[in-house]
Ligand binder design. Structure first.
Ligand code: ATP
Ligand code: MG
Length: 315
């Protein structure tokens, strides 16, 4: 595998950031192989946009370095730009241009020749399932359709690498799924994708993920490996009355932390069997009715919460 994107100690402090505030990006290392679907996953303000803006050459880092296909993002920005397609978080389509006109505009801007444009635009309209909406003004598109058009615009010059900043934020779950299906199709063609998202469940769709928090990478690797490496298990429990369940969860030994998800609690524990036994006994004694009590699969959300807690309250 060849390396596609690499950063070393990448750091960004915005001039307007106060002395006390953390760097937006803090010695961040990234290593993306060609052909990977790589997720940058983290909450609001984690540094995702800062990272993607540096990679796409629109922002200069304070220190450290970043390379794309071996080209330095600062010293060789021309070469970098010709290889990437960048979809900014606040992507600006031209509201009074139609879908087709937006695509033509981005094609012209990216130097796609007029002969090539026709075929390429038809392909992308088909790809994004926007063919029948080609003449609709982009201001009249739904959120999901706008994102698909923005993705198509970022791909107009057939870049080898796509940098997508939160392409699924603010769109409905069905459109989110559709967007991920489109990304899977792009990956099949051998394109490398770096995609940021605040949604932990989306991390599971990526080959490799870096969890970013306060400008730092807390962990990187494949979601399955990460889940298996975690030094805890998850117990899922549902019982009534809920107040009693919470009291019991607070009081028994062996629970690292718990959180409510829907009508259940998810407990992080070291010893799953023992805690399940304690729970069963304690809930019965307290007169609660148990409907679910079992070990559950560790999700990326559990991984994230555990890592953030360990960061903030190191043992
Ligand atoms: N132009 C700026 N000037 C000063 N601080 C900034 C600037 N842009 C971002 N920051 C700060 O840098 C940190 C990282 O911001 P960034 O936009 O990269 O995060 P993000 O992960 O993209 O967040 P979101 O999910 O909200 O888009 C935040 O604390 C933010 O307030
Ligand atoms: Mg952002």
């Amino acid at each position: 595998m060849t390396t596609s994107i690499e950063t070393f100690n990448l750091t960004k402090r915005y001039p307007s950031q106060s002395k006390e505030s953390r760097s937006a990006l803090d010695n961040y290392d990234l290593h993306v192989e060609a052909g990977q679907l790589y997720g940058i996953v983290g909450p609001d303000g984690a540094g995702k946009t800062t990272l993607l803006r540096i990679l796409s050459t629109v922002l200069t880092p304070t220190s450290g370095s970043a390379q794309i296909d071996g080209f330095d993002v600062i010293k060789q920005s021309e070469q970098v730009r010709s290889r990437i397609g960048y979809m900014p978080q606040a992507f600006s389509l031209y509201p009074d241009l139609s879908v087709l006109e937006n695509l033509r505009f981005f094609a012209d801007m990216n130097g796609v020749s007029r002969e090539k444009q026709k075929k390429r635009i038809a392909e992308l309209l088909e790809f994004a399932r926007l063919t029948e909406f080609a003449s609709r003004r982009s201001e009249n598109l739904s959120g999901g359709m706008s994102k698909k058009l923005a993705l198509a615009c970022a791909m107009i010059h057939e870049p080898e690498i796509l940098l997508l900043d939160e392409p699924t934020t603010g769109v409905d779950p069905v459109s989110r799924r559709e967007l991920w299906q489109l990304l899977a199709k792009v990956i099949e063609r051998g394109v490398t994708i770096v995609v940021s998202t605040p949604y932990m469940d989306e991390a599971e769709r990526c080959d490799v993920v870096s969890i970013i928090y306060q400008g730092k990478s807390l962990i990187s690797g494949s979601p399955v490996d990460m889940e298996q490496q975690m030094p805890f298990k998850i117990i899922e429990v549902k019982a009534r009355p809920r107040g009693t369940l919470r009291q019991v969860a607070d009081s028994i030994d062996g629970v690292i932390q718990w959180r409510a998800v829907g009508d259940r609690l998810r407990l992080s524990v070291n010893n799953s069997m023992a805690v399940q036994e304690y729970l069963k006994d304690a809930l019965k004694k307290a007169g609660a009715e148990i409907t679910i009590l079992r070990e559950a699969r560790i999700t990326m959300e559990d991984v994230f919460i555990y890592l953030v807690e360990s960061q903030e309250h190191p043992v």
